[in-house]
Design a protein around this ligand. Structure first.
Ligand code: 2AM
Length: 543
């Protein structure tokens, strides 16, 4: 999204301040006068694509550093891996030139830098059976993700949409089981470590070549010169079934690098050539992976002649990452629980059903099932500490999720001390239809009656006999109140939901400020930029 100078500057100042304040004096000293190159990761669907990388670059330059290779950008929506490979090759060459290193095998070195996986060759990796018992799942997840993961328990899963709706949104209640790692504040995220669908796991196990049993305790080893050592990829004892169920991502489309290995291992010439083309032609790869979003099982089903050694797969598959959900409960109100609101993702591509890994996993949980989780802290998406600051919450669809934690928190505050200042909280919600997906209508009506919520304004986009309405139109209808809250009462604005909605809402608030206070377009944008910098305009956005 093109950014206005003023807004960009405000944002940069904020991120730069965070970056430098997070670095200790010693680390700043270490980073003085270094030769460096930066590569940023991000998604072009979001504003401020790769901003952080450019800010780090400027910070290092301001500390006297010399940038030896142009900053690279990797867009997760398109060609991230190939952008990185190209950048890494250039950065490595620049580093060799800069440090006067001439006697290196440039091609081999670049190929090993530009790949997260070690090159797989027959005989270089093996799975060894071991009498040692398996690592426990939370310990294993903690090692893989370098953050303590703990076992919680499912209390209930309740579909909030009507039974006639063709979509599912679940309220999932989880027992924290007393773990400190699941202590949270309203606004934080719950990170859930899901498992892959059993049908996919079984299909993959049936397809791979391996000489150990699926349920044998094994370690993955790699040959280094003349001895076998444990591979870093899965650095503990586990079973093949467990690896594929809990630790490896088997649903994202295979990377070009893995397709290149498949091409080498295909015995059918046509398949070999097609795989080679996909692995080397970035445009073809992007078209193919966007059109089909094929998982590894579908790819191996299509390319039947590929001899798929299981160690090759383990080496190349990415880790199964946790999914982060805005928390929908207040820990003060429910000390032993944490709730999330999750839309079930399920769609068909060319006759194949694809389910979202974690939404499907959560949807199928039964009471008492173990769920591995921890907390991801919000950067500033918290209720104002000053309870007299009015709050505007904007969250269509599952964007409403964190606001349930806010109103529960307000309810707790009021129950705890009836004389304390009551917050002024207005909710702007959007859904298709009052009958099917007005998911928290009953709860919020009750809270309005109790005067915990000042008002709830709902935009119905597909209501019978009513024009299509989005939250931003209702915000415009409420211009006086919105303008007054933001400009005159030092209020806070919270927006949660998808990136397009968040951008449309931000434009509408700019327009409202212009009309309410007779500001120019530039002045209104500048004002929003200041709101963000002063942490009065908060966004929790997902793709
Ligand atoms: P729609 O599906 O009818 O287009 C929750 O998803 C609600 O947000 C739905 O009512 C959806 O409407 C609506 N929505 C979709 N795009 C939006 C946007 N850009 N801004 C605001 N609301 C949007």
């Amino acid at each position: 999204m093109p950014m206005q100078g003023s807004f960009q500057d405000g944002l940069e100042a904020m991120i730069a301040e965070t970056a430098s304040s997070s670095l200790s004096t010693e680390s700043l000293e270490i980073l003085t006068n270094v030769r460096f190159a930066v590569f940023g990761l991000g998604s072009r669907a979001y504003p401020n694509f790769c901003s952080f990388a450019h800010i780090v670059k400027r910070l290092l330059k301001s500390l006297g550093g010399e940038e030896i290779h142009e900053t690279g950008e990797g867009d997760e929506l398109c060609g991230q891996e190939s952008s990185f490979n190209e950048w890494a090759a250039g950065a490595f060459k620049a580093a060799c030139d800069s440090f006067g290193i001439y006697d290196v095998d440039m091609k081999a070195a670049i190929s090993s830098i530009a790949s997260s996986a070690k090159d797989w060759k027959k005989g270089l990796f093996k799975l060894s059976k071991t009498p040692v018992g398996n690592e426990s799942i939370p310990e294993a997840l903690s090692k893989l993700h370098r953050k303590k993961v703990v076992p919680a328990k499912c209390i209930s899963v309740q579909n909030l949409q009507s039974s006639q709706s063709d979509r599912v949104t679940n309220l999932v209640k989880i027992d924290r089981c007393g773990h400190d790692e699941i202590m949270y504040k309203a606004g934080d995220h719950l990170s859930v470590y899901p498992t892959n669908e059993k049908v996919l796991v079984d299909a993959l196990l049936d397809r791979v070549i391996c000489d150990v049993g699926y349920d044998d305790c094994v370690t993955m080893e790699i040959k280094e010169v003349d001895k076998w050592v444990q591979s870093n990829k899965i650095p503990f004892v586990t079973t093949l079934r467990q690896m594929i169920t809990s630790y490896l991502d088997i649903t994202s489309p295979p990377s070009p690098k893995l397709l290149a290995v498949f091409s080498e291992e295909a015995t059918n010439e046509e398949e070999k050539n097609e795989l080679e083309l996909l692995s080397t032609d970035n445009d073809k790869y992007e078209d193919w992976s966007h059109a089909n979003y094929p998982n590894i099982v579908e790819v191996l089903e299509k390319f039947k002649s590929v001899a798929c050694d299981v160690t090759m797969l383990i080496n190349h598959l990415p880790l199964l990452n946790p999914r982060h959900y805005s928390i929908s409960s207040s820990q003060d109100l429910h000390p032993s629980e944490v709730h999330v609101t999750v839309a079930l993702v399920s769609y068909e591509i060319k006759g194949n059903t694809h389910n979202g890994v974690c939404s499907y996993y959560l949807s199928n949980l039964k009471p008492n099932d173990v769920v591995y989780c921890n907390i991801r802290k919000a950067s500033s998406f918290y209720l104002p500490t000053d309870r007299s600051s009015p709050v505007i919450m904007i969250g269509p669809g599952t964007g409403i999720a964190p606001f349930r934690s806010f109103w529960q928190q307000a309810l707790f505050e009021h129950t705890e001390n009836k004389d304390s200042v009551k917050r002024d909280m207005t909710l702007y919600f959007g859904c298709r239809n009052s009958k099917h997906d007005d998911i928290y209508a009953k709860e919020t009506t009750e809270l309005v009656n109790q005067k915990i919520l000042s008002s709830v304004r709902t935009a119905y986009s597909r209501e019978e006999n009513l024009p299509k309405t989005y939250v931003q139109q209702i915000l415009h209808q409420d211009m006086e109140k919105v303008g007054e809250t933001i400009l005159d009462k030092q209020g806070h604005v919270y927006v949660c939901g998808d990136v397009t909605m968040a951008s449309d809402v931000s434009k509408m608030i700019t327009k409202i400020l212009q009309e309410y206070a007779a500001l120019s377009d530039e002045e209104a944008k500048q004002f929003i930029s200041e709101l963000r910098t002063s942490k009065r305009y908060h966004e929790d956005i997902f793709g």
